[in-house]
Design a protein around this ligand. Structure first.
Ligand SMILES: [Zn+2]
Length: 119
């Protein structure tokens, strides 16, 4: 009788907050595009197009805490972090968001265009 109806799926979907909107110009879904960008764009090259990371200086805070990290699973340098001002691990798309101050959708489109994934 008093069946409580509080079973609303509380599973935290935040991390997979899905990018399911379709890109307007193509048939590629945003999530596919996102993966393609991650796969295609070389983090080091993208970073080099903004600044020289060799001494580890962070372009935002100036501390020598900027590192590029290797993903051991695929042996690619595809994560980065500034331990001083942005202490978490991020990918190439987050880098463009961070450095350009644009939103993620714009960053994905920009990288996809540069990589000739999008015309
Ligand atoms: Zn920093």
């Amino acid at each position: 009788m008093n069946k409580v109806h509080d079973q609303d799926c509380i599973a935290n979907n935040a991390s997979e907050q899905v990018h399911n909107d379709q890109d307007s110009n193509t048939d590629i879904s945003y999530s596919e595009l996102y993966s393609m960008v991650i796969e295609t764009c070389d983090l080091t090259e993208v970073i080099n197009s903004y600044f020289d990371p060799t001494d580890g200086s962070c372009p935002k805070c100036g501390e020598q805490d900027f590192v590029i990290m290797r993903n051991v699973k695929n042996d690619r340098l595809e994560a980065w972090c500034c331990f001083n001002c942005y202490n978490s691990v991020y990918d190439v798309i987050d880098f463009v968001v961070w450095i350009e101050g644009i939103d993620e959708t714009e960053a994905v489109r920009k990288l996809a265009t540069q990589a000739n994934i999008l015309e």
